[in-house]
Design a protein around this ligand. Structure first.
Ligand code: ATP
Length: 488
């Protein structure tokens, strides 16, 4: 559809872009990225024919861009520029109608039924019909943006060039606009070439990205390849981190603000723990990075309050998340900042201990009830039932863990727990075999993310060794306490 071949260009003798080559296929949503001044708008101006190229070729549908007359080009290429301005004070409908100019025939311009239908359709699609009679000067920035998009769409182009189309748009219109563009590319074969400043939107919607750096191409590839941490850090000169999008397979980048890095290093210990009959509570001065399977705050996140709540063994678990959230609120905790677990164990049987290494430390807290002990190798013999007889394990690390270390910490802690149950010969009451856990065990790994960087937590790494020892000892002691209580 569009072919850019060894193009150089700029303004009055000054070359801004050098040796640019890329192709865009029909139906692609193609993003142009780059820092301020890297040449994005200059490139877009050359693609739209506004700015003549100094060297190389731009081919549109196989024909050199210079060979098109203006009206011909306007039937193929529409442009939504960053600062669309309107010198006359047209109303919205008239402004959109101007987009049909390229399709008017002959000397005496005729407005057809088809023209009218197209204008109405694009106004509906961009949500501007309700104010179609308003003067363009009376609109908000976002509304104006949508009007100029409708104007470009009324042109019924094959290629749509956009300079930061989401500029001025609020969240819901950003999403609507990009969903609409995506839909047009896939259903109608529209080719969209758009400048983006928001790397996340670009990563989410574009098929391919072209990254410009000081007037040359750094890379032209799929989003996952272009949006690599090292590359973006280098090109934009700023610290960022890449994360997977939680719902779709698209890369997302987050900025790392300087302010958060000046956190004081502190050690988590028993002075932060409060044990009552109703709850075990631990609060930290700053939020900890967490990975957990709690009733509240599960998954990964940042939390500074940790609650293990006693419930009766006949507790109705049908709507436990909602009930737990209102319980936490009633106690003055904010659920969104809390990891909350439940247990039927008598809370004074909790076992906790601090374990130290020269440059990092652990604080482990375990409550263990084994009434619902299950042998995982035979769990299909059990019916599914959520009951609160459970082993809740909290592992606090005063140190900085990698994502890998978080996952390995969970594995290592689980292996140590299984071994404790095994050595105490806790039986699965249904199968009569040695259990491996209970049906509702929960785990929390929480780290200060300051101090020593702990890359791994497999069983024989320094962190893994300490977790193994701590969880094995605390779980063994906690199970013994709970078993003792059960004896007559
Ligand atoms: N009309 C102009 N005349 C002369 N130089 C210009 C003109 N427009 C832009 N430039 C220069 O060309 C270079 C690239 O500008 P361009 O607008 O293409 O960058 P950009 O990547 O779109 O930047 P931004 O992200 O800030 O919009 C800059 O150094 C700029 O000063």
């Amino acid at each position: 559809m569009l072919s850019v071949q060894k193009v150089s260009g700029g303004y009055s003798g000054e070359t801004v872009l050098t040796d640019i080559s890329f192709e865009v296929e029909r139906g692609e949503l193609f993003g142009i990225l780059g820092p301020n001044g890297s040449g994005k708008t200059t490139l877009l101006k050359m693609l739209s024919g506004i700015l003549p190229i100094q060297q190389g070729e731009i081919l549109i549908r196989g024909k050199r861009i210079q060979e098109y007359v203006v009206k011909q080009l306007a039937q193929i290429v529409a442009v939504l520029s960053q600062h669309s301005s309107q010198s006359f004070s047209y109303n919205v409908r008239e402004t959109v109608s101007l987009g049909r100019y390229a399709h008017q025939k002959g000397w005496f311009q005729s407005w057809s039924k088809e023209d009218e239908e197209i204008v109405q359709r694009v106004m509906n699609q961009t949500g501007i019909s309700p104010f179609q009679n308003k003067n363009i000067q009376e609109l908000s920035g976002g509304e104006k943006q949508r009007v100029f998009l409708a104007q470009a769409l009324a042109q019924e182009p094959e290629i749509l060039l956009l300079d930061e189309p989401t500029n001025h748009l609020d969240l819901s219109y950003q999403k609507e606009l990009l969903d609409l563009l995506k839909q047009w590319t896939s259903e109608n074969g529209l080719t969209v070439i758009s400048i983006f400043h928001d790397l996340n939107l670009a990563g989410l919607y574009c098929d391919r990205l072209l990254l410009l750096e000081k007037g040359t191409i750094n890379i032209n590839h799929i989003p996952n390849e272009v949006l690599r941490e090292e590359r973006i850090r280098e090109v934009y000169h700023t610290d960022i981190q890449k994360h997977p999008h939680p719902k779709v397979a698209a890369p997302q980048m987050v900025l790392l603000p300087e302010v958060n890095r000046e956190v004081n290093h502190y050690v988590i210990n028993e002075s932060m723990l409060i044990v009552s009959n109703e709850i075990i509570e631990l609060q930290t001065p700053t939020p900890l990075r967490t990975m957990s399977s709690g009733v509240i705050g599960s998954g990964t996140g940042w939390h500074h309050t940790f609650v293990n709540r006693h419930v009766h063994k006949n507790y109705d678990c049908s709507d436990h998340r909602l009930e737990m959230a209102s319980f936490l609120r009633s106690k003055g905790f904010e659920p969104s900042e809390t990891v909350g677990m439940m247990t039927a164990v008598v809370l004074e049987d909790v076992v906790y201990q601090r374990f130290e290494q020269s440059d990092f430390s652990l604080f482990v807290v375990v409550t263990a009830g084994v009434g619902n002990a299950i042998d995982a190798s035979k769990s299909e013999l059990h019916s599914y039932e959520m009951t609160p007889g459970t082993i809740n394990t909290w592992v606090f690390v005063s140190g900085e863990l990698t994502e890998e270390a978080f996952i390995q910490s969970i594995m290592t802690a689980t292996e140590a727990k299984v071994k404790a149950i095994h050595d105490l010969k806790v039986l699965d009451s249904v199968t009569g075999t040695i259990a491996t856990g209970t049906s509702t065990d929960s785990i929390l790994i929480a780290a200060t993310q300051t101090g020593k960087v702990l890359e791994y937590a497999g069983t024989i790494t320094p962190l893994g060794k300490l977790i193994s020892k701590a969880v094995y000892q605390c779980t063994t002691e906690a199970i013994k306490k709970s078993q003792k209580r059960k004896q007559p």
